[in-house]
Design a protein around this ligand. Sequence first.
Ligand SMILES: [Zn+2]
Length: 94
Amino acid sequence: MPIYEYSCAGCGQTFAHLWRSIQAASAAPAPPCPACASPETQRILSPVAVLGGMGGLTPGEQAAASAQATRQASITPKAQIDSLRQSKAGKEAP
Ligand SMILES: [Zn+2]
């Protein structure tokens, strides 16, 4: 079931709507705003399922943010990685 994100032209609220199928999503009009009940809502072309939690960023900014997150993950101090590995190994050992 696809989840689409919408923004309200009336109050600026963004919300997600879960559709039964892609066909239903494309055939039916955009759902009304849950905050102000305005029908003036517009679909945001970014599936919430993939980009959840990054609302308000442009696709370029989202790419930059995720690239930054990857970079930060890759500079974890080696000592920290070793201690994580050891604690994990300790748990897995019989
Ligand atoms: Zn609204």
